[in-house]
Write a protein that binds this ligand. Structure first.
Ligand SMILES: [Zn+2]
Length: 540
């Protein structure tokens, strides 16, 4: 959402700026925490999987399209290849929406605009040709091209191979060709492949339904050889791929399957997975196994997310308080922080029926001990939900102190452990988990009162961080507040909310199910023989 400045300058708009030069924008990641997950941690934990590369059969389908493009000797230009992809994707997506099993709730590439087309096509008995998503190379370009490149299956155009600069994307070699051929075997006898694959005539609905029955996204496991090859593409050690990338991918899938034995919900519910990972950290931190290392890495990611959630609550409070209480010409920062200390530094939180009362002049270390006693073995995940629900500074502080307290679990781990591989990852504007904890320890050593800790957090990790980040985004105006001529001024736009960055949980869920690592049983998820084999390969 953006607004024209000329039409609606935000209240408190600084007078020194030429309003024509700026545009008010939401500005994502206003305190610089999501980027640590998105740009630093996730590429280490789940290399080669994007948030929206969610269906395993698209890996083989797109390799098949590249192979067909080459075999049919279509003019090797970027435009031709893009059109070829977007038309074939349109047809395949229409087929998926006609799948008797997936039905209209399926979400193939471009589904949003296709649903209406398919509905009208059903009434007419045929569907006119069209294009999938309006973007270069359609869904392939958006979601699958870079994963397929990272998996060593696709050379992108402009790559130099031998003497030649490639004019279009091509398969890298026999491994990719085998996967393409496996998809072709699934559809080669369909009328669509024999008579409608190229061309411009409308396609009968019955012809597309036949494609769905032969090769829908939901039926990869019905082509066992193709499914085996797709699993191999993600999990096999192959020359040319970084061994660590292959290991991390295997472990990401295997950890979910391993923890699903005790709690099947972890496969689809990320909150359950976060809770289960932290419980596993406490069980396995010291046992020196590969499982322990994987648990350490994922727990470090989620520890960082709990720290972020606590600051997110505080961010909301700072904005709300500033908008409510600051006059239009702002306040000196020390006045603002003194008001925050007085008015927000005390309160209570109901933790499972026990009221935890916090006073602003109480030593933070005392609160830390009372949090330990009150929270007990409550999962951090429950505390997170409770804190978000409450949304107060005291709730943010309780979540943060409880996280800090539980990090005693990893105190004995050496600095070259798997935990620190992830916990040391930070961003340009905010510390990572390990550095934040070190700063908090240093702060607590000065025996601060609760109100001092609140101000320390707000000043350093909310106000200074946001001012720095928004300044770096000029001329886009993303300030929710700004230090101007020594005064802190708040703006009523844009909105303030943000959330956890995607850490690939939904993608890993559908990819794992598509590849036959698990399936939905009568009332619970069932891990298959293939899934158990992957767990064994990852953790022994
Ligand atoms: Zn289907």
């Amino acid at each position: 959402m953006s607004a024209e400045v000329r039409a609606a300058p935000p209240p408190g708009w600084p007078e020194w700026v030429d309003q024509d030069d700026f545009e008010v924008k939401d500005g994502r990641d206003p305190i610089g925490l999501e980027t640590i997950t998105t740009d630093r941690i996730v590429p280490l934990l789940v290399p080669g999987v994007l948030a929206l590369s969610t269906r395993a059969r698209y890996f083989s389908f797109h390799l098949f399209l590249l192979d067909e493009f080459a075999r049919r000797r279509l003019g090797p230009t970027r435009e031709n290849q893009s059109i070829f992809f977007r038309t074939r994707e349109f047809e395949y997506s229409a087929a998926v929406l006609l799948c008797p099993r997936c039905g209209p709730t399926a979400a193939p590439v471009g589904a949003q605009s296709l649903r209406g087309i398919v509905r009208r096509g059903k009434a007419k008995g045929e569907i006119a040709r069209g294009f999938s998503v309006d973007s270069d190379f359609g869904g392939y370009g958006l979601y699958y091209r870079s994963p397929l490149r990272d998996l060593g299956l696709v050379h992108q155009r402009d790559t130099v191979v031998g003497e030649e600069t490639l004019p279009v994307d091509v398969l890298t070699g026999p491994r990719a060709k085998k996967i393409a051929a496996a998809f072709r075997r699934a559809i080669e006898r369909t009328t669509y492949y024999r008579r409608y694959f190229l061309g411009e005539q409308p396609i009968p609905v019955a012809v597309l339904r036949e494609v769905a029955e032969a090769a829908c996204l939901c039926r990869l496991t019905e082509s066992p050889e193709e499914a085996r090859l797709v699993r191999g593409a993600l999990f096999d050690d192959v020359e040319g791929l970084k061994p660590d990338d292959v290991l991390r991918r295997r472990e990401a899938f295997a950890l979910r399957l391993q923890l699903a034995d005790a709690e099947p919900g972890v496969l689809t519910d990320e909150a359950a997975f976060r809770r289960s990972v932290w419980a596993a950290l406490e069980r396995h931190v010291d046992d020196g196994t590969r499982l322990s290392e994987t648990v350490q890495r994922w727990a470090a990611l989620y520890g960082k997310e709990y720290y972020q959630e606590s600051l997110r609550i505080l961010w909301g409070e700072v904005n709300w308080f500033g908008r409510e209480r600051c006059p239009a010409d702002g306040l000196a920062p020390h006045t603002f922080f003194a008001m925050m200390r007085d008015e927000l530094g005390a309160g209570s939180l109901d933790i499972g029926g026990t009221e935890l009362l916090v006073a602003r002049d109480e030593p933070t270390n005392d609160v830390l001990h009372r949090v330990r006693a009150t929270v007990g073995s409550w999962p951090l995940e429950e505390l997170r939900a409770l804190a978000l629900d409450s949304g107060t500074c005291v709730a943010a502080l309780v979540l943060l102190l409880s996280l800090y307290d539980r990090l005693r679990t990893v105190e004995r781990l050496p600095v070259d452990s798997a935990w620190y591989e992830i916990a040391l990852e930070g961003g340009g504007n905010q510390p990572g988990l390990a550095a934040f904890v070190a700063q908090l320890r240093h702060h607590l050593a000065d025996e601060p009162a609760v109100g001092d800790t609140l101000v320390w957090l707000a000043r350093r990790f909310i106000v200074a961080a946001h001012d720095r980040i928004a300044s770096s985004k000029l001329p886009d105006f993303t300030f929710r507040f700004r230090l101007e001529a020594g005064r802190l001024r708040f703006y009523t736009k844009p909105g303030v909310d943000f959330g956890l960055a995607d850490s690939r949980h939904p993608a890993l869920a559908t990819l794992g199910q598509d590849m036959g690592l698990w399936h939905d049983g009568a009332d619970t998820a069932v891990i298959t023989v293939k899934g158990r084999a992957l767990v064994k390969a990852a953790f022994g």
